[in-house]
Design a protein around this ligand. Sequence first.
Ligand code: GUN
Length: 288
Amino acid sequence: MTATIIDGKARAAALKAQVAEEVARLGGLGVEPGLAVVLVGDDPASQVYVRSKGTACRTAGIQSFEHRISADVEARDLIGLIDRLNVDPAVSGILVQLPLPPHLDPHVILGAMDPAKDVDGFHVVNAGALATGRWGLVPCTPRGCLLLLQETLDDLAGREAIVIGRSNVVGKPMAQLLLRESCTVTVAHSRTRDLPEVVRRAEIVVAAAGRTGMIRGDWIRPGATVIDVGINRGDDGKLRGDVAFDEALDVAGAITPVPGGVGPMTIACLLENTVEAARRQHGLPDPA
Ligand code: GUN
């Protein structure tokens, strides 16, 4: 059996087109969504991410404001900037690119953001809303994974799902989203005993461990849907996921490639969150 390859690029392009249409509709109502991206320091990977977020915004008709700050900024000055963005009516969403330099505590910096503008969904208020089944902004990567699962599988309810990785950015919110869809969810991590055996039970595998090729083909249950969140750059400069793709291809029912799977969905969901934040700030209902 050869797995279906889940085309994240195509799904993301469709979502971006939908966002652009919604931006145009909101424009007619006098609402102009805008995203402020804050980059502290000059980490090359972060610079690439920030540039592509800006481009994606402008393509969808969303205003983009970039704030590049010196790596030695003091916490109070960075919080001062966030305070100004919190009250700026042109800014619907704020994103502080991670990782931050070591002298800045991400909990303190992210905590300074108005949760209604936290389009990454990292603020404790949004994390708490997701955990308790209330409205909030949902982290972009897990939301993108869920959209890919929903397009691949008819019904998620009752399915055995495993999330490998317990980060606040992917693993934990992913588990919450799958729980909300009534999956039976296992969260595995570096201390999990007999990981291959636990993975073998799952109809849905979301791999977010950050270790190239660690999930082997013979760990996968035949026919399972595999979502690979890993983006690891090898010595040859190529991007690879957390799943041994060529091995899994023979066993899985469907699998996301790296690149071209989850990655493009993250940015599309960021645009979606920015538009949703703008709508909420103007008291507008979600579109039908
Ligand atoms: N750094 C790597 N991924 C992300 C992300 O999704 N959001 C932010 N803010 N920083 C990141």
